[in-house]
Design a protein around this ligand. Structure first.
Ligand code: ZN
Length: 406
């Protein structure tokens, strides 16, 4: 009888269910190098050790757990352990626990990799703390320069440099790590689906074709802070007005471009008092579309509307692009190999960004999605049924077995 439990992924997720819970928002708030994420990283390190894997942390805080000697042309799988604020239990951790459970399955059947094989945990994938998504893989690949990353600040004012130092890393060694990257021959990430594609296809597992072009922009409207009661309506320069116009124009602009999405999920007025006209407002725009041109067009329309609204209210506007990634088309040959290993699996695109999307510019990359019966992600309602999680583990094990055989 196999020593591997049939619901291994679910059992591993249960082991971390109390780490980083967020009573105020619901779900989990686990952010890069915060207490919860550091605890999860320790947990992963211990689990990898139990399986005889050799764990190392690279210069940018990404964890590598090697089955056998590290080396070039490795087959690498993994995901992340951090979450958005108030996120679900599966986005990230499902890929990590599935990689551990897949190793269990392969070890139980006596499989020995014929090439270097590693499990990875990427740092700060969601950008929930420092604002830039996929920061660990962006630093590894050089997509985000070290000096930009080190000066990023979390909502408490701590810099990324301070956070990595507190986590035991050397800030002076943060940045593009060609040597570490060169070890990855092919990369496969398993992830809970963040949409309804597999529900509609009535399939537990799917294979990714592409990721929408996507980016984040910060709009700062500056007006004049003043008293909510003593300032006549005609004498105001209230930055909340153009900020609200930006939110409305995001809906309008994205709705008029095929396949586009635009979202304002975060708005911070300063000083943020009920009886105070704000002096400034920061608004973050997340915009995505099937290609670069459409994404840029949506953001240009929103920016034009925001500029006009700022002028109308006598406010200043500065716009900062915080991150951007063009459309990712996953490697077709690798996808065919993955599908062949599974026998059959439907292919589907996704609107969500992933470390696999960052790595895809450098190495052949594939993704497996596990059905999410709620269709909801980045929220506590995100879910995957235990049977589907196990189908994911078995699928990942088949893929690793095939791709790491020689
Ligand atoms: Zn994720």
């Amino acid at each position: 009888m196999s020593p591997v439990p049939t619901n291994a992924a679910t059992e591993l997720l249960t082991a971390i269910k109390d780490v980083g819970t967020d009573p105020a928002r619901g779900g989990y708030s686990r952010h890069g190098f915060d207490t919860a994420e550091l605890e999860l990283r320790e947990w992963f390190t211990a689990e990898a050790g139990k399986r005889g894997l050799d764990v190392e942390v690279d210069r940018n805080g990404n964890i590598w757990a090697w089955w056998g000697a590290p080396g070039p042309d490795a087959l690498v799988t993994g995901s992340h352990l951090d979450s958005v604020p108030g996120g679900g239990a599966f986005d990230g951790p499902l890929g990590v626990v599935s990689s551990l459970a897949a190793v269990d399955l392969l070890q139980a059947k006596g499989f020995k990799p014929g090439r270097p094989l590693a499990l990875m945990v990427f740092a700060e994938e969601e950008g929930g703390r420092f604002g830039v998504p996929c920061l660990g893989s962006r630093l590894l690949t050089g997509a985000t320069p070290a000096d930009v990353a080190l000066n990023l600040k979390d909502p408490s004012g701590n810099t990324f440099a301070e956070a990595v130092k507190a986590a035991g890393l050397d800030p002076s060694r943060i940045g593009k790590d060609a040597e570490a990257l060169s070890r990855i021959g092919r990369f496969v990430e398993l992830h809970v689906e963040q949409g309804r594609g597999l529900i509609d296809m009535d399939a537990p597992i799917g294979v990714a074709t592409s990721i929408l072009a996507h980016g984040r922009w910060r709009f700062r409207f500056t007006g004049e802070g003043n008293h909510a009661g003593a300032t006549p309506m005609g004498a105001r320069r209230d930055p909340m007005l153009p900020a609200s116009q930006l939110i409305l124009s995001a809906r309008w602009a994205a709705s008029s471009v095929d396949g586009a999405r635009a979202t304002v999920g975060r708005l911070v007025p300063t000083p943020g008092g009920t009886n105070v006209i704000a002096s400034s407002v920061d608004v973050w725009l997340d915009a995505r579309a099937p290609n670069d041109g459409r994404t840029r067009s949506v953001v240009e329309r929103i920016t034009a509307a925001a500029k006009q609204a700022a002028r109308d209210e006598g406010c200043e506007l500065t716009v900062t692009e915080e991150s951007y990634g063009d459309t990712v088309h996953f490697d077709a040959a690798l996808r065919e190999e993955v599908v062949a290993a599974l026998g059959t699996a439907p292919a589907l695109p996704t609107g969500a960004g992933h470390d696999a999307g960052i790595l895809a510019a450098h190495v052949p990359t594939a993704m497996l999605f596990v059905r999410n019966p709620t269709g909801v992600s980045h929220a506590p309602e995100e879910h995957a049924e235990p049977d589907d999680c196990e189908a994911g583990v078995e699928a990942l094990a088949k893929v690793l077995e095939k791709l790491a055989a020689e």
